[in-house]
Design a binder for this molecule. Structure first.
Ligand SMILES: [Zn+2]
Length: 183
């Protein structure tokens, strides 16, 4: 399946507000195929021509509920000058986090939330996530900081039925969050 603008569901669809189900391991063929489609989509979306052809937005991550599959799976692909980071995770759990917060100075965006909602989205600056990673075929404890940590928390929120704007201060969206790392 090629994930495109017709496969990605939008805010207002109740699936995005459901708690996603745990996934049985080892992965069934169906779940493996879904997660493979997801990681390929995120990789492909770094390419402007692919985005144009399939009418999709560039992205760094996607969670299964966004393609109407209410299961605990997410895919992340971040390519930048610090190196490439990729995960295709099943049943991820945060097992530790910093007290310090971090946020993106331009706010977050989401394939399922159009148009963008503006404001700071406070996240943990550092997290350790335990999950099965399909790309390595292993259970892993993954330590993340700053931008990758924010992306991971955004995608994990989808598995709990949350959207990034739930964290934005409604009265004062751009209110300073003292002691935070600004990214
Ligand atoms: Zn999202």
């Amino acid at each position: 399946m090629i994930i495109d603008s017709t496969t990605i569901i939008l805010d207002g669809n109740p699936i995005l507000r459901q708690k996603a189900e745990k996934v049985a391991l080892p992965l069934s063929e169906e779940d493996r195929n879904t997660l493979t489609d997801m990681i390929e989509y995120v990789r492909n979306s770094h390419d402007a021509d692919f985005c144009k052809e399939h009418n999709v937005r560039a992205s760094v991550g996607i969670a299964a509920p966004q393609i109407a599959v209410s299961k605990q799976m997410l895919a992340i692909s971040i390519m930048d000058e610090d190196g490439d980071i990729e995960f295709a995770l099943v049943n991820p759990k945060i097992i530790s986090n910093s007290t310090q917060k971090a946020y993106l100075e331009n706010g977050e965006s989401c394939l399922s939330v159009v148009p963008d909602r503006e404001g700071y989205v406070p996240r943990y600056a550092k997290i350790t996530v335990r999950a099965y990673n399909m790309l390595t075929d292993r259970m892993e404890d993954i330590r993340l900081t700053d931008y990758p940590a924010i992306v991971m928390q955004h995608e994990m929120d989808h598995l709990k039925g949350k959207l990034y704007y739930d964290h934005i201060d409604q009265k004062d969206p751009w209110k300073d969050i003292p002691g935070s790392v600004v990214i």
